[in-house]
Design a protein around this ligand. Structure first.
Ligand code: AMP
Length: 207
């Protein structure tokens, strides 16, 4: 099954993708994770996109599309995948349609203030890519999964979060209509606990 996760930054795409990946045994392809790996390793791509990502903007479509195209050609994607954070623009969605059949686009619907609250309490583990909320952490600096040092993502500062939301509304929101017109959009109420939201997704996928 080829699945897309749509939704504002902080709507829970990454968390839901991780759960779906372990249940459906298909890989999670997160463009944000791919970009963060390049930033951390200071690759030529990382250096090229550094200012864009830290400012909350979008990496140019042609770069992002090529990365996804290469990744989806790898053997582990043969039985399906979960795209987390891609597409983020109509140009990206059209490019994806040209070489892949998408079975389902899941839109995680969460209101703006909830998203800002979630992102401002978010902590990230650069070692295992885990994302946590301070409300669920016994120790806000130690990763509960691998013991790594938790950090605040530079693009989770309040000003950058507002910019990411603006960019989302301008570029990514139109994708909801795009997939609705194709008849493969499922909108899920993204408010609630991780287990509640995940149960809604599984129910919708079984329909
Ligand atoms: P994320 O972890 O999905 O929130 O992505 C972090 C950042 O990576 C975004 O704010 C963008 O700067 C960049 N990024 C991730 N996915 C894309 C995409 N599909 N197109 C352009 N930029 C992206």
């Amino acid at each position: 099954m080829n699945i897309i996760l749509l939704g504002a930054p902080g709507s829970g795409k990454g968390t839901m993708a991780q759960k779906l990946t372990s249940e459906l045994k298909i890989p999670q392809i997160s463009t944000g994770d791919i970009f963060r790996k390049n930033l951390k390793e200071e690759t030529p791509l990382g250096l090229q996109i550094k200012d864009i990502v830290s400012g909350g903007g979008l990496v140019p479509d042609e770069i992002t599309i090529q990365i996804v195209k290469n990744r989806l050609a790898e053997a582990d994607c043969a039985n399906g995948y979960i795209l987390d954070g891609f597409p983020r623009s109509i140009v990206q969605a059209e490019a994806l349609d040209a070489f892949q059949d998408i079975d389902c686009a899941i839109n995680l619907d969460v209101d703006k203030e909830t998203v800002v609250k979630r992102l401002s309490g978010r902590r990230f583990c650069p070692d295992c890519n885990g994302t946590f909320h301070i409300s669920s952490l016994a120790n806000a600096t130690v990763c509960p999964v691998c013991g790594g040092k938790l950090v605040i993502r530079p693009d989770d500062s309040e000003a950058t979060v507002r910019e990411r939301l603006r960019v989302y509304e301008q570029n990514t929101l139109p994708l909801i209509d795009y997939y609705a017109k194709r008849g493969n959009l499922v909108t899920i109420d993204g408010d609630g606990t991780v287990d509640e939201v995940y149960a809604r997704i599984i129910k919708a996928l079984h329909r």
